[in-house]
Design a protein around this ligand. Structure first.
Ligand code: ZN
Length: 250
């Protein structure tokens, strides 16, 4: 149990680090202070000290990520189902955490992160379905990925066409997209992990949850008279929750 708490804490470090550096430098560089851009000393950074240059404290997100992942790691250790061993479950949660944090903060899913996810998803999918014949496992995994990618691609193209039409009508520039292409990639990764036909349930859950949340946000904004058309909703957290829910309860 202590091992799982320790691994969760280490995982929190890793997720915070990746979410701090990848969107800015796209490489495994040294983290910088978000306020003054000073390079952080490794020990100050690891022990959540204030920035030595400007005194900015670490973000609330750093703390939340750290604590949540430590708790989740313990829960996975105790309750992860037999077909999904703890190391794999933790790896998937850490990977999805990097995507969710960056998506919430930057509304973007980075291509290198997606590429890594495709490999992770392929490996996970084949491992989870290794009970069937290898060919069957590989096939259901690949079909799941292709279907997830294709369904989200249709939504992406529809959203893009809609935004372009509305922008033309109102004479606005069509620079906002309803759904990012990163969401399409992520749906492909989720499809690889869940396989065919579970990918359909996962996407259905994500689209429903995302749609309902969008609706609530729009109603609240309209009531507060702050509604703007094309408010982008990050879809990644819903795709991730759908996938994890199915993985842990199937
Ligand atoms: Zn600073």
């Amino acid at each position: 149990m202590i091992v799982s708490l320790l691994l969760g804490w280490l995982g929190g470090w890793l997720v915070n680090y990746l979410a701090d550096v990848l969107p800015i430098t796209r490489s495994f560089s040294r983290p910088v202070c978000p306020r003054c851009q000073a390079v952080r000393k490794p020990l100050d950074y690891l022990f959540f000290r204030k920035c030595g240059q400007c005194g900015a404290p670490r973000t609330l997100r750093s703390w939340l990520t750290q604590i949540l992942l430590t708790v989740i790691s313990l829960l996975l250790w105790l309750f992860s189902p037999s077909y999904l061993p703890y190391p794999l479950a933790l790896t998937l949660v850490l990977y999805f955490s990097v995507i969710a944090v960056i998506d919430l903060e930057y509304r973007a899913i980075l291509h290198p992160v997606s590429l890594f996810g495709a490999l992770l998803g392929l490996g996970t999918g084949i491992y989870l379905r290794s009970g069937e014949s290898l060919l069957e496992g590989v096939t259901t995994t690949l079909i799941g990925g292709a279907v997830g990618f294709a369904i989200m691609l249709v939504f992406y193209l529809l959203g893009e066409a809609y935004v372009r039409r509305m922008a033309k009508k109102k004479g606005l520039p069509a620079d906002e997209v309803a759904l990012g292409f990163g969401d399409v990639n992520l749906a492909g990764i989720v499809g690889l992990i869940l396989g065919w036909p579970a990918v359909l349930t996962g996407l259905f859950f994500a689209i429903l949850a995302g749609g309902l949340t969008s609706l609530v946000i729009i109603i609240v904004m309209v009531l507060a008279k702050r509604y703007q058309a094309f408010t982008a909703i990050p879809y990644a957290p819903f795709l991730i929750l759908g996938a994890l829910y199915l993985l842990l309860t199937a």
